[in-house]
Structures are given as structure tokens and as C-alpha cells.
Design a protein around this ligand. Structure first.
Ligand SMILES: C[S@@+](CC[C@H](N)C(=O)[O-])C[C@H]1O[C@@H](n2cnc3c(N)ncnc32)[C@H](O)[C@@H]1O
Length: 197
């Protein structure tokens, strides 16, 4: 993978205001990947493919990333980007709404990255837990959403998203079968694993 091509993809995404993964969040996930054998990743929210491409760096040889995106323009750009920088590994884009696609999947994944509509996080969690290997991990990005989630923010504009993110945190922290860390990096990252492996 050429780092110049990857930098160009990142720069274009930022110029176009596509909300790609923040550097410190990516670093945290890649650190986790370095110490584990990750063969299969599921990503919810591809955008232009930037995070998926970055994840391939630490994927086991022959590994695969399934990534879901519903926006046609994003899908078009993601396909072009993947073609430029990622020929060795397979990134498979599921085109459509994750709400419809997730229930049709029955593979097991070592790592699941949730990075799409915030109002759907509790549903994404339910599906992610079903699709996660017993020793796998779920990363949920934007979990603190500009600090709104742990504050007394209650304004109408983002209230639905904030309430769903709060519900996600409640689910992953109160379930006795799960262990979760909430990190105040980037826009907030929740890291969830199954407990009794
Ligand atoms: C934050 S961006 C993903 C960024 C990407 N993971 C990265 O870091 O490079 C979120 C993407 O999720 C997509 N999305 C949001 N809700 C979705 C849904 N329900 N199903 C499929 N895609 C969705 C949006 O169109 C957007 O492109």
C-alpha cells in the first residue's frame, strides 16, 4: 500500500468534509490489531473506504473486511480508493442500509467497527454481538459525540442521536456478560468484549 495514495485519500476526504476516523482513534484500534490475529472485520459505515483501507495494514494474510455503506456517492469513491491502494487484501462492500443488511449476515468476525448512524447504535450493537467471535472486540466510534453524551445536553437538534448513544453505553456497561471501556479519544471510543470466554 502506498502511503502517498493513502494520504491523498485522507486529504480529499477531509477537504470534502467526509467524517473519517480521527488519527488517535485509528492508532488505538491499530494497536489492538497488532497484538491479535485479526482475520475478519465487519465495518458499519464505509464512507470513502479510508478506515477499512487503514485496517488492512494489520489484517492477517488472506483476511477480509466486510463493510456496509448506503450512500451511492460514498460507495463509488470507496470502490475507486480500494482499487488504488488495496489489491492484496479483500475489502467487500455491502451496498445498502446496515439495518437491512446486518440481519442477513451470519459470518463470525474478530473485530467489528461501528461508525454509522448514531440513532441506530443500539440496533447495531445487538447485531454485532450476534456476529462477534467469542474473543472478538467491538469498537464504537463517536460514542461521546462532541461531549454531549456525558453532559446534560438536551437540545432538540441532536437529542435523538445523543439518547441512542446513551442507551448504547447503558447496554454495554450494564450487561454482566460484557466488559467495556469508554475512551475519551477522538470523538469517544467504546471498546467492548465478551466476558466469559
Ligand atoms: C463516519 S462515516 C464512516 C467513516 C469511515 N468509517 C472512515 O473512518 O473512513 C459514516 C458513514 O456511514 C454511512 N451510514 C450511516 N448510516 C448508515 C446505515 N444505516 N447503513 C449504511 N451506511 C450508513 C454514511 O453514509 C457515512 O458514509
Amino acid at each position: 500500500m502506498s502511503s502517498i495514495d493513502l494520504e491523498n485519500i485522507k486529504e480529499k476526504a477531509l477537504n470534502d468534509h467526509v467524517p473519517i476516523i480521527m488519527d488517535n482513534t485509528l492508532e488505538k484500534i491499530q494497536d489492538y490489531m497488532k497484538n491479535k490475529k485479526i482475520n475478519k472485520i465487519l465495518e458499519i459505515g464505509t464512507a470513502v473506504g479510508y478506515s477499512a483501507i487503514c485496517f488492512t495494514e494489520f489484517l492477517e494474510k488472506g483476511g477480509r473486511i466486510d463493510t456496509i455503506e448506503r450512500n451511492e456517492e460514498m460507495i463509488k469513491q470507496a470502490k475507486e480508493n480500494i482499487k488504488i491502494v488495496s489489491d492484496e487484501y479483500k475489502i467487500n462492500i455491502y451496498e445498502g442500509d446496515a439495518v437491512d443488511i446486518l440481519p442477513t449476515l451470519d459470518d463470525k468476525y474478530d473485530m467489528i467497527f461501528i461508525d454509522a448512524a448514531k440513532t441506530k447504535y443500539p440496533f447495531f450493537l445487538e447485531q454485532a454481538l450476534r456476529l462477534l467471535n467469542n474473543d472478538g472486540v467491538i469498537f464504537a466510534d463517536n460514542i461521546l459525540y462532541k461531549g454531549y453524551v456525558l453532559s446534560d445536553y438536551n437540545k432538540h437538534k441532536q437529542r435523538t442521536a445523543v439518547n441512542h448513544l446513551r442507551e448504547y453505553i447503558k447496554l454495554v456497561t450494564e450487561d454482566p456478560n460484557l466488559e467495556t471501556e469508554i475512551l475519551d479519544i477522538g470523538d469517544g471510543l467504546a471498546i467492548t468484549k465478551k466476558k466469559f470466554q
